[in-house]
Write a protein that binds this ligand. Sequence first.
Ligand code: ADP
Ligand code: MG
Length: 182
Amino acid sequence: MADAVGADGVVPRARPDGPLMDFWQPAYIGVGSNLNDPRSQVLRAFGSLAEISDTRVVLVSRLYSSQPAGPVAQPDFVNAVAGVITRLSAEALLVQLRAIESAFGRPDRHEKWGPRVIDLDILVFGRERRTGPDLTLPHPGVVERNFVLYPLADIAPDLEVPGLGRVAGLKGRIASTGLRAL
Ligand code: ADP
Ligand code: MG
């Protein structure tokens, strides 16, 4: 069935299942790609993030080129971070990110360290700290990955990463090896 058009002519966005929080939380999303013109994939992903219901993109970082980590030989990545506010829960936001990854053609099963057309990770969600099979917050890579910390510091140098410290301080401990602002 087609969406009903409201009196203002705006088609309401589909709501994900699950309760909405009655307050807005800040969250930071890591965006990466190293396939099919990675730069344009990252820019397109910013647009898709802006389409998630009950979520607003507030800031995006510069784009960075980074050299791949891990055992698989593959093209360089383009990485960036988006700052959003959202009324979705962290789980509901992750569902939306997985849906965007699928829409970009990322297969559900893939090599852990392999190339990808898009990767969307929740780096930080409010003050949440948790470890689980589907969701670990803050994202375990935040403190060690320069391609996360440098773009995050572009938009949120004063952010306190729950349990880990301030972004600018964390960034100061990690070399920019292999990283280049585009
Ligand atoms: P990676 O991003 O580590 O290269 P994937 O994108 O394939 O690998 O994610 C692997 C799994 O990581 C997913 O099944 C997801 O449920 C889980 N995961 C755990 N914490 C997070 C998080 N904070 N953000 C995104 N995915 C997460
Ligand atoms: Mg991921």
